[in-house]
Structure formats: structure tokens, C-alpha cells
Design a protein around this ligand. Sequence first.
Ligand SMILES: [Zn+2]
Length: 97
Amino acid sequence: MSDQGLLDASGHVSAAGLAALQSAPPGRAPADLAAHLAGCGACQQKLLVASAPGPRRPPGRKPMGLAPSPGRTILLLVLTGAFVMLALWSLRWFAAP
Ligand SMILES: [Zn+2]
């Protein structure tokens, strides 16, 4: 094999191989890599992901933010507790006299 290091131990395209594929002009990729890539869906997908621009998440979705501030968390807990108490208190209307 002439392109040592472009395929990893399991015979798939390595990180160095991906870099070589991306830097090679169209049609001039190393022959070993091209031959493997033609028949290996996993490596095709790896190359697509590696060469895709931009973020790796679907468009229109914000990244998960940090946890809300403690003040908002406490306020939400207090309000939730208040509504639970209100619901329990309202149950007395259904109690038999
Ligand atoms: Zn492969």
C-alpha cells in the first residue's frame, strides 16, 4: 500500500486520509482512498460530515443554554407550590358535607 496512514487500522479512511481527500483536487484523490470510499458508506458519511460547513445541528434550533438563574428557578418553584396548594385547597368543595 502506497498511502500509508491514510487508512486506519480497521481499513477505513483515517483523519489524515480525510484531510488528504479534502485537499486533493477533484478526480485526483489517492487511489487507495478513492477505491475504499467508493464502496464504504460509513466513510462517505464521515467525509460528508467533515466537509460540511457550519454547525452540526439542524437549522432553526438554538443550542441548549445554561441553566436558568437561581432567582427564576426559585420563583418557578414557589409558583408551582402555590398552585398545587390552591388545587388541594379547592378539593374541599367536593367533600361530602
Ligand atoms: Zn470505510
